[in-house]
Design a protein around this ligand. Sequence first.
Ligand code: GAP
Length: 541
Amino acid sequence: MEMEQLVALCKRRGFLFQSSEIYGGLNGFWDYGPLGVELKRNIREAWWQDMVASHNELVAPPGAPSAYEMVGLDSTIIMHPQVWKCSGHYDLFHDYLVDCRESKRRYRFDQVYGRWVEAKGQQIFVATEALGQEALDDTLHKALKFFNLRAKQAEELKWLGGIVPLQTPGLPEYDFSKVLGPDAKTLGTLTEPREFNLMYETYSGAIRDENNKVFLRPETAQGIFVNFKNVLDSTRVRVPFGIAQVGKSFRNEITPRNFTFRSREFEQMEIEFFCHPSTSAAWYQYWRDRRFRWYVELGLAGERLRLREHSKEELSHYSCGTADIEYAFPFLPPGEFGELEGVAHRGDFDLRSHMEGKLVRQGDSLVLETGEDGKPKHRGSGKDLTYFDDLTKERYVPHVIEPSAGADRAALAFLCEAYCEDTAPDEKGVPTPRVLLKLHPRLAPIKAAVFPLVRKDGMPEIAREIYTQLKPHLSAFYDEKGAVGRRYRRQDEVGTPFCITVDGQTLSDGTVTIRDRDTLRQWRVRKEDCLAEIRRRLQAT
Ligand code: GAP
């Protein structure tokens, strides 16, 4: 599947629109249309249902070290600025960017690649934002242009190695005089990399000064940590337990790209799971595997989904282990994967930071970061965020396992996986190409569509009756316009698992056909039994 086909379908059928499109759009922001909003809601609800609501705190699920509790939270987007100082986001949540003085474009430093080439006695580094084959084609094209060569003179270009990141040992650090920027025509137009904090800033209150500066949250997680004590004090939860939250997060990404994959406003589904330090390694394994299974159960099975354990060098300074659940999105070069969810063992870093102040790793331990004056760089809340186990009489700071998923990335992956093309017989039995979204029925925006075969003989009346019977219980759709084959195709294209058709036989025996989207199998049920039949089928998936 080409990404363009999916993007076109999403727009055509109302899954996703560019934000503020009538004004030319706003880069990095996306609106979910009538079908997209249902898909994302279904993803959120499946996550909440499976992780929180239907979780049974009396029984240890397979693979879990013990039974555990789960509760929910909905914290604010804007919080006290000290939250971000202690969490590390204020000082550390940045990317490096480079600007191009010529094209006025801005790039994420770690996303600029390129290759060295020599021609006409000059060596240059041709930079590109592309990857894989696209990067080879792009750099070839730019090098030909730069050296004023035609395509048939390509052998005059002597390539000195393959595609490498911009900052490579071969390139003197921060000397970009030999670099041809991704959109530049002349050399040396890229600026030195500089830090860029990704948090959006705004002001709370009428006075716009430093004292009133606040941030839009870049993750939902911190709202959970700062409410840890509130949840403990207001409920009967005992460690081990998890707090789940779904909500919007904001990051001023330097280069939003790849449809919704890297957006500036997006939704996260996060769990902070609090456990005793001695069991945290086992809980980490459990959550890693449980979260991976969730995607498989909802249809992301196969080689495009993988679980990747981070190497020691990749781990955050506080983490004892992190695994990414990744998907081979079609916009990535072959063999590359994009992150869907991170599952991190965060130790006691977060709770201690909010208690004591911002911490840094020193050897094997976390210590309070101090400024030049020896005082704490960012003071903590000073509140007691320890846990007292009244059975063992032990007081400790729980360790945290954090499965952190993106609802938009999950939606994109489910859409990519579901998109396929095949042939299905039309009304005359002739095999005809069709586009199909093989979405898991739990995720499908519409569960059942109801059609009268023709708009006469009382068929629309019966079809409307069935639609009215279904509608209060599940997402149903009624359509009587055009040939029935075209109506089936329109539903296949948006992933509707079942189509119910009222036909001539309905008038004589009161039965209707139900058609399965994937197998195209059709069977008859009594018209009164449609709701029970669709429900039964949905539950069986
Ligand atoms: N609390 C940990 C945390 O926020 P993260 O890896 O930065 O970790 C977690 O984000 C998930 O949020 C990612 O795996 C991804 O699914 C989603 N996410 C992060 N940045 C995103 C962006 N710019 N656009 C869409 N989704 C994003």
